[in-house]
Design a protein around this ligand. Structure first.
Ligand code: COA
Length: 254
């Protein structure tokens, strides 16, 4: 079996690629662990100046593996792995550049809120269907999205779970540019960043988050606790059964 996360470091750039295309890059616990380890290694290695996050040619990520949600809801290992990943991403002072093709769902979208440059193909679609799964937002998206796109648009994304295309995401300020070669653009930006004075670059990112980092980390924890409680709820059981049976959920009885 090929690696589910492919990590490569060259020319002062660490590239972290989700590589589970047959499951639309649904992120399993092992994948979170691999991505967290790669972020921690990038943070610790003074030779690494930039991180690039990527998925496959047809899909960025369909979000958390729903089968792991079901296990976590019935007493599995909880949300430790995604929370470690989110903390590592939210506290990295080195720039993160993302390249997105196709679907970015759930954490596939919310991880992008912690990236500095996001290049998306015209095929890119962004969606945060937490309420559709009887869940609440994660990755501090309940804090970051309203301040980034405004409350009205955040409600479209977080409450209705509406899907938006790349042009809309650009218009709303969620991404940097739309281009059908997002990886080439991401690499070009990463190379530019890697050539910059590293301490000044990392200091600039750290200063940019001086006022919001503590709030982001606190929100990740608060959301995580509510998310775990929702995962164990009858509403979520109905949502997951519906997902597995490929039918629409029925929340009328709650
Ligand atoms: N977790 C687990 N498995 C997933 C998954 C996820 N998040 N997303 C996709 N898969 C699996 C499907 O179950 C399917 O598995 P199978 O081939 O064994 O049946 C396979 O990946 C391909 O997905 P499929 O639904 O057939 O592809 P599609 O092109 O018709 O649709 C998506 C792609 C991403 C739109 C759709 O799979 C989807 O909506 N996934 C769920 C997204 C989601 O709700 N994520 C959680 C957000 S909080």
């Amino acid at each position: 079996m090929s690696e589910l996360v492919v990590v490569d470091t060259s020319n002062r750039i660490t590239t972290i690629r989700m590589n589970r295309p047959e499951k639309k890059n649904a992120i399993s616990l092992a994948m979170y662990q691999a991505m967290t380890a790669a972020l921690s290694a990038a943070a610790a290695d003074s030779q690494v100046r930039v991180v690039v996050l990527a998925g496959s040619d047809s899909c960025f990520s369909s979000g958390n593996d729903v089968t792991d949600f079901i296990k976590a809801g019935s007493g599995g290992s909880g949300l430790d792995a995604p929370l470690h990943f989110l903390r590592a991403l939210a506290t990295l002072d080195k720039p993160v550049v993302a390249a997105v093709h196709g679907m970015a769902i759930g954490i596939g979208t919310t991880m992008l809120l912690h990236c500095d440059f996001i290049y998306a193909a015209n095929s890119a679609r962004f969606k945060t269907p937490f309420v559709d799964l009887a869940l609440v937002p994660e990755a501090a998206s309940s804090l970051i999205l309203p301040s980034l796109v405004g409350h009205r648009r955040a409600a479209q994304l977080l409450q209705l779970g509406e899907e938006i295309d790349a042009a809309t995401a650009l218009h709303w300020g969620m991404i940097t540019a739309v281009d059908d070669a997002p990886e080439a653009l991401a690499r070009a930006t990463a190379e530019k960043l890697a050539s910059r004075a590293p301490t000044a670059l990392q200091g600039t990112k750290a200063l940019s988050h001086r006022h919001d980092r503590a709030a982001i980390l606190e929100t990740i924890e608060v959301e995580g606790a509510q998310f775990l409680a929702r995962l164990k709820s009858p509403e979520a059981m109905e949502a997951f059964s519906a997902f597995m049976a490929r039918r629409a959920p029925d929340f009328s009885k709650f």
